[in-house]
Ligand binder design. Structure first.
Ligand code: PCA
Length: 186
């Protein structure tokens, strides 16, 4: 069998130069509305927000509950390792500017918290793992663990819970109260 992985081609030299020049030094794993064909993907693909490049599909090495909650049908990856499913998503290389703009969208570290996690990549019969930033919900209401979990999110999935974009939300309604611990919760 011919091994192609280490062959130097014009295409991968070009990719390397783009990577170095644009300083796309971070890897982010997206599992929700930032994925291709999902409602917030425009944020990740807008060059005004910084540089990004799709690397490959991936799946979390650890199981986590991916749920949809609030009146706005927002997906949340609950930081409850071992519960839920191995979650499918997409890996992107991004530069500093894009990473800080993703933090703005996800309101890190106030609401979603960005953490490094192991993401598995399948190529043929071979599985490898890589470290990526992932946005988790870390302090959440325990009852969220009773919700159905998803392994491969789509806003238009069979759950019927279509994501409500920010521009369609009531600015006076605090939807975070539906998912975050309030003071006094244990
Ligand atoms: N956007 C981020 C976190 C949850 C969401 O909807 C993502 O797609 O990974």
């Amino acid at each position: 069998m011919i091994k192609t992985a280490n062959v130097v081609t014009h295409s991968n030299i070009r990719q390397f130069i783009v990577h170095v020049v644009r300083k796309m030094t971070h890897q982010v794993f997206v599992y929700g509305t930032l994925k291709r064909n999902e409602p917030n993907h425009y944020w990740l693909s807008n060059p005004e927000n910084g540089a990004s490049k799709f690397v490959t599909n991936g799946i979390t090495k650890t199981k986590y509950p991916l749920i949809i909650a609030t009146r706005y049908n927002i997906p949340f990856l609950l930081y409850s390792p071992g519960n839920g499913a191995n979650v499918q998503g997409e890996i992107y290389q991004v530069d500093d500017k894009m990473l800080s703009n993703l933090d703005v969208l996800e309101d890190h570290p106030k609401f979603y918290v960005r953490e490094v996690d192991d993401i598995q990549i399948q190529k043929g019969n071979e599985t490898s793992a890589t470290k990526c930033w992932v946005y988790f919900l870390k302090t959440f209401k325990p009852e969220l663990l009773k919700k159905p979990t998803i392994s491969n999110y789509s806003s238009s999935g069979p759950h019927g819970l279509v994501y409500s974009e920010r521009c369609n939300r009531d600015p006076s309604y605090d939807y975070w109260k539906e998912v975050k611990h309030s003071q006094g919760d244990c």
